[in-house]
Design a protein around this ligand. Structure first.
Ligand SMILES: *Cc1c(COP(=O)(O)O)cnc(C)c1O
Length: 352
């Protein structure tokens, strides 16, 4: 099926050399070294194998595992080197028009960077006072839409009915929902894919699957959108997914019990931590992510940030108008959060 939406970049992709799946071939077509790497490397990565050769450029084992897990076709899944790579490819592929793309003024700070890098015109949409996204702001002519759900760094989520409102108003551009934190308790827009072929949902292994070091992100959408993404990817770097990531990523997907257990633990710790923070006079929007975005009634966020740092506790502080009195605090283990609370109790006690 030919894509009919506006603003999609069309290219003829580079074709990588063949990587046969059978053994016993003399492979002299892609300049690989015939010798194995250092024995120490092979030892550590014994279960992974095949490091001498280029990986499968389509990462089909991993794509297949994700597709099966999500109940989608292989043609509906695109994988990349973290969702940052996936999102950068999305900007290149789908935000290729003259009208400005729309995203919230307080959001993932990479969006404006990519827009600048790829010279995509953009227009920031103000969050409401309670930090929620107003669908009304996304009902005007535009070159495409992107927002995280739940949003970062606020943790505030948007229900599927509001996402549908945005989709219904924008059938001729691509709408991207960045679900980096969706596994921590908010509803995924994957269920809307069948109804909206211009929707692209992006997720990552970095947060809920504890694999930020592996760099695996993926996009899910109609096969037309995934093909457009692959065409751009093959014109940029065919071998984005390395062999260990393909093998270990597939193994992570297979361990459903572990995934459910760890995400439940994070959510439980988060809810308990919210209560403790309220007792200490912090306020924050209700977060559905693995962090809370908190501000203290009396003490400036920058002071808490500096004091915590001196105690070797690192939280995130954004020195940006509108959010410069907030701290983004990641949910660690229960005992890590206990240590942070102990620090806060002492610090706040000294400051009042
Ligand atoms: C962390 C994050 C990403 C990128 O994660 P990767 O490690 O590149 O997969 C993308 N979007 C948002 C909103 C994030 O917070």
């Amino acid at each position: 099926m030919e894509a009919f939406w506006n603003n999609i970049r069309k290219v003829t992709p580079y074709t990588p050399g063949e990587q046969p799946k059978t053994e016993n071939v003399i492979k002299l077509n892609t300049n690989e070294n015939p010798y194995p790497p250092s024995p120490k490397v092979t030892e550590a990565l014994e279960s992974i194998g095949r490091l001498r050769m280029y990986p499968d450029p389509a990462a089909s084992e991993l794509v297949g595992a994700i597709a099966d897990y999500k109940g989608l076709k292989k043609e509906q899944v695109f994988v990349g080197v973290g969702s940052d790579d996936v999102l950068a490819m999305c900007f290149l592929t789908f935000f290729n028009g003259k009208l400005p793309i729309l995203f919230p003024d307080i959001t993932y700070s990479f969006y404006d960077v990519w827009a600048e890098l790829f010279q995509v015109p953009y227009e920031l949409q103000k969050l409401k006072k309670d930090f929620s996204i107003d669908p009304e702001d996304y009902k005007k002519k535009n070159g495409g839409i992107i927002f995280p759900n739940p949003n970062a760094p606020t943790g505030v989520d948007m229900g599927l009915s509001k996402i549908e409102e945005i989709l219904q108003e924008n059938p001729d551009v691509i709408v991207i929902v960045d679900e980096a934190y969706v596994d921590f308790g908010c509803e995924s827009a994957v269920s809307l894919l069948e109804k909206y072929p211009n929707l692209l949902v992006v997720q990552t292994f970095s947060k809920s699957r504890s694999l930020a070091g592996l760099r695996i992100g993926y996009a899910m959408g109609s096969s037309a959108l995934i093909k457009a993404l692959n065409d751009v990817k093959y014109s940029f770097n065919s071998y984005t997914m390395n062999q260990p990531s393909i093998v270990l990523g597939k193994a992570a997907i297979a361990d459903e019990a572990y995934f459910q257990d760890t995400r439940r633990k994070i959510m439980e710790t988060r809810e308990w931590f919210k209560g403790e923070m309220k007792k200490l006079d912090f306020h924050f929007p209700d977060s559905k992510a693995n962090f809370i975005f908190a501000s203290h009634e009396r003490i400036p966020a920058s002071q808490i940030f500096e004091a915590a740092r001196r105690e070797n506790i690192y939280v995130r502080y954004f020195n940006k108008p509108g959010i410069d009195n907030y701290l983004r605090i990641t949910i660690g283990t229960h005992s890590e959060m206990e240590s942070f609370l102990t620090f806060l109790r002492t610090f706040i006690g000294k400051t009042v």
